[in-house]
Write a protein that binds this ligand. Structure first.
Ligand SMILES: [Zn+2]
Length: 411
């Protein structure tokens, strides 16, 4: 100890070896120790039981105490009929205890409870090799960035399968509609001719016969389709008669003939015309059969049109479903991405804030200090300290900065 009480009750430091005074705590006699090697201090004459909390004072203790003002050193604190010597007691009521040797968790807890506002300064110079400090922040940043990217990528794929399925259905429906519309156009091109006869089989057959009898037989390509239709076997005879009639007409119109020849040609003409008239009902019936085929096509067309409109309705509904799902997915992704980004920023900022802090590892853990509630400063020598926080994060602190925090006049 560096303080004792003189006869007048004043707190003093020793001036010479052998100087007499009394211990301010136990009131027992102390003598001055003023050598060349150690910092001058007082020593109890008898190894009296002074403050049981005080360990054997070392030069390390004395040097630390001397860094603070005289009045702050070795302050006796009395509470509920219990008293102890605080190494340093600042005007702000903070106790700083310098601890050289290992103490148990229960001792730490007991002293923290008594002093309330306190700080531990531990002499770590002897076991600093047992401490490993690492800066983990870059590793942690990389780790959360990777995790964030993974989560972001997972989020962007949210319900993409559902959306894809609707899209697939959309493609299938579109191609189905396309194919039906192609069929429809093909059918309609066939029925166009029939339509121009008001979709009436009778009129259709009559009109075809009139066309066949006319000169413009091959004007319309659809007529060729009908001419070549298998369901009209009578057409062969019909066209032969039409040919005969044409030739007869030609003979009648050409050159000069005698009355017998003319009469014969007229007779022939009448026969041809009569045969044609006789054949017409059969031709007409056969043509009506062809017309009925077109009528069937009309039914098919109507059916196709119904199917197409049904498919289009289904397609519209599918479109709406797609849009709805897309909106809900977008909203889900947006909301969760905002949350994810906020979480990421918070986590990253926390790491960046602690970037200069080191993570402390004890090769052989000093378990008792893990239980301390008060701030711990590890004195690792050469004017450096490590400030240990509960999460095992440490930051380097200069001894001068540490002292000036409590005593701005110093350093
Ligand atoms: Zn004493």
């Amino acid at each position: 100890m560096q303080h004792a009480i003189d006869i007048s009750g004043k707190k003093i430091t020793p001036a010479y070896s052998g100087e007499k005074a009394v211990c301010g705590f136990c009131k027992k006699e102390v003598r001055g120790k003023c050598g060349k090697i150690y910092i001058w201090h007082w020593q109890h004459v008898h190894n009296a039981a002074c403050d049981v909390w005080k360990e054997g004072e070392t030069e390390w203790h004395r040097a630390w105490k001397n860094k603070f003002p005289f009045d702050w050193q070795e302050t006796i604190i009395e509470k509920n009929s219990e008293k102890h010597i605080a190494d340093i007691f600042t005007p702000n009521g903070i106790v700083i205890e310098f601890q050289n040797s290992t103490i148990s968790s229960s001792t730490i807890a007991e002293r923290e409870k008594f002093y309330e506002k306190m700080i531990w300064v531990i002499n770590a110079q002897t076991f600093k090799d047992n401490l490993i400090t690492e800066n983990k922040s870059d590793e942690q940043l990389a780790e959360i960035e990777l995790r964030y990217l993974t989560q972001r990528s997972q989020l962007s794929k949210h319900n993409s399968v559902g959306l894809q399925n609707i899209k697939k259905k959309q493609t299938a429906l579109t191609s189905e509609i396309q194919s039906r519309e192609d069929d429809l156009r093909a059918l309609e091109s066939v029925t166009d001719l029939f339509k121009s006869y008001n979709k009436n089989a009778e009129t259709f057959a009559e009109q075809i016969i009139i066309i066949w009898q006319s000169e413009n037989l091959f004007v319309d390509s659809s007529l060729i389709d009908i001419i070549s239709h298998d369901a009209i076997p009578t057409k062969k005879t019909f066209f032969r008669l039409l040919g005969d009639l044409k030739r007869n007409k030609h003979f009648l119109g050409a050159a000069i003939k005698n009355s017998i020849e003319i009469e014969e040609l007229y007779m022939e003409r009448n026969e041809i015309l009569s045969e044609l008239e006789n054949l017409k009902p059969a031709v007409k019936e056969e043509l009506k059969y062809v017309a009925s085929e077109y009528l069937d096509l009309e039914v098919e067309i109507a059916q196709l049109k119904r199917e197409i409109s049904f498919l289009k309705l289904e397609n519209d509904e599918n479109d709406r479903e797609y849009q709805d799902l897309k909106i809900s997915i977008d909203t889900y992704i947006k909301t969760n991405l905002e949350k994810l980004e906020a979480d990421f920023d918070e986590e990253r900022n926390k790491i960046i804030k602690d970037k200069d802090k080191l993570t402390l590892f004890w090769k052989r853990e000093r378990k008792s200090w893990g239980s301390a509630a008060a701030p711990i400063f590890l004195d690792i020598g050469d004017g450096n300290m490590l400030y240990k926080q509960p999460n095992n994060k440490v930051s380097r602190v200069n001894v001068c900065d540490f002292i000036s925090k409590y005593n701005p006049d110093e350093c």
